[in-house]
Design a protein around this ligand. Structure first.
Ligand SMILES: Cc1ncc(COP(=O)(O)O)c(C=O)c1O
Length: 469
């Protein structure tokens, strides 16, 4: 499995290029660490999801999960390509609106929405506030009544489906903090329907986790949603207009197949992310077809879901392979007693998702020696004063490969490219250890390169702080 087969990456002379732009030159000109996004790839990803799902169920909409990447320029491209938006806070709602999404194209998730955030969302006439608990429903009713404006509501169910990935990435069982407990759902439905003047129940929602590699998990959760919808109809006569199946479409992280020998199989499969959009679209939409529904719900309900809008809240699949992070090798170290060679690079857990907590693997290559064989094993570390700031599993659980293969001559001053790095990257940056946050460029469709986020400077480290003396 060679990561350079990612469609918009290529090798030009000895350098890695993206959309025909030499990434080494960008690193030299703009400094590192540096995010580089591909407009072309962002657009292709949105198109792939929309076109594939619409082939199976024309009334499908993508609500891009903005938590995966919220830089204004990225949101603008995604909006321009026809995606709608999913947000998780007032801040994301604000950024979504600023980047051009109308309220009518936004759904709002989250376990801890404040009164102010709810008011903001209602005033913007958003498509749906996705209610996460009876407590929140009560709060929403009060806010909507106080401002005298009705709110559109979806209810987040707990399908009790585990995706068998790492616990921090699962959200579909009652052991997690997400969703309305099954025994409280009917009460919430009744309460929403009772508040006809204040609330409009537009649909039902679930999200079982990120990087869901197992098709059966999607299908099982969707089946629970469908069964719940029919059960509610039988009890109340309410028929949902929207079925929202959350995100979790997986992205291949091009993990070395040799890693399978020692890694836990579920983590290996998760990182491999081999399930295609087509497979998911096919299997999920099959479940709502009359032939399938008739089998378990009877003739009367066969066509129950035909007119429903299907919503996907994909985040990772839209942005992950649309960006690389460029980084510089700052220093080298030899641990002779262990026979280990180490490289310290300037990208670490302050630059993107911490790999240790989420057992995450990003392919890493030497961008300025890309055509040389990547045959020498190195341990790679970030620059922070933290033992956990490394690109392997420092707990030695063998959940990730310890070594990365780079050219034999890789040395301080070389440029490293961290691939498939566009999801859960810039939103997780910190200034820890006094390190200004990285900037981001976008390679536009016409080949021009535009800065979409300024790299921070030392001055930024003082921003907002007040001097005592
Ligand atoms: C409610 C909800 N929807 C969508 C997503 C996006 O998931 P992904 O980026 O895996 O598609 C998330 C993230 O976990 C989420 O919590």
């Amino acid at each position: 499995m060679n990561p350079i087969t990612i469609s918009n990456l290529s090798v030009e002379q000895d350098s890695l290029s993206m959309d025909g732009v030499n990434l080494v030159k960008l690193a030299e000109e703009y400094g590192t660490p540096l995010y580089v996004f591909s407009e072309k790839r962002l657009r292709q990803n949105v198109r792939e999801i929309l076109d594939t799902f619409r082939r199976f169920h024309p009334k499908t909409n993508l609500h891009y999960a903005s938590k995966a990447e919220t830089t204004l320029g990225v949101l603008q491209v995604i909006h321009d390509e026809g995606s709608m938006l999913e947000v998780n806070s007032g801040g994301e709602l604000f950024k979504g609106i600023q980047s051009g999404f109308p309220g009518e194209e936004i759904v709002f998730n989250g376990v801890g929405k404040t009164k102010e955030e709810l008011e903001f969302a209602i005033r913007r006439n958003i498509k749906a506030i996705i209610v996460d608990s009876p407590f929140e429903l009560d709060r929403l009713i009060r806010v909507a009544k106080r401002i005298g404006k009705p709110a559109n509501v979806m209810l987040r169910i707990v399908p009790e489906v585990s995706t068998n990935v790492v616990k921090g990435d699962e959200t579909g069982t009652h052991e997690t903090k997400f969703g309305i407990s099954t025994d409280e759902l009917d009460g919430c439905v009744q309460a929403v329907l009772h508040e006809k003047e204040t609330l409009r129940l537009v649909g039902l929602h679930f999200h079982i986790g990120t990087q869901t590699y197992n098709l059966a998990s999607f299908v099982a959760a969707f089946r629970v949603l469908l069964e719940t919808a029919i059960r509610i109809y039988k009890k109340t006569g309410y028929r949902p207009a929207i079925l929202d199946i959350g995100g979790g479409l997986p992205v291949p992280h091009y993990i070395d197949p040799a890693a399978r020998q020692y890694m836990p199989e579920n983590i290996y499969q998760m990182l491999r992310g081999a399930l295609s959009v087509e497979q998911i679209a096919h299997a999920v939409t099959d479940e709502m077809k009359p032939q399938a529904v008739r089998e378990w719900a009877g003739d009367l309900y066969a066509n129950f879901f035909e007119d429903c809008e299907l919503i996907l809240e994909s985040g990772r699949k839209v942005v992950a392979d649309a960006a690389v992070v460029l980084s510089k090798v700052l220093s080298e170290k030899r641990r002779a007693s262990l026979d280990e060679d180490w490289l310290v690079i300037d990208a670490g857990l302050h630059t993107m998702l911490e790999v240790k907590t989420y057992h995450w693997y990003f392919p890493i290559v030497c961008a300025n020696k890309i055509s040389k064989s990547h045959v020498r094993p190195f341990k790679i570390a970030g620059p922070l004063c933290e033992s956990g700031d490394v690109w392997f599993d420092c707990d030695h659980h063998r959940d990730l490969p310890d070594f990365r293969m780079l050219p034999d001559s890789t040395t301080a001053g070389d440029w490293i490219a961290i691939l498939v790095a566009g999801a859960y990257g810039t939103p997780l940056m910190t200034r820890y250890n006094g390190r200004p946050m990285a900037g981001a460029l976008m390679i536009r469709n016409d080949g021009s390169v535009v800065m979409i986020r300024e790299p921070e400077t030392f001055e930024t480290l003082l921003a907002g702080e007040k001097s005592l003396f």
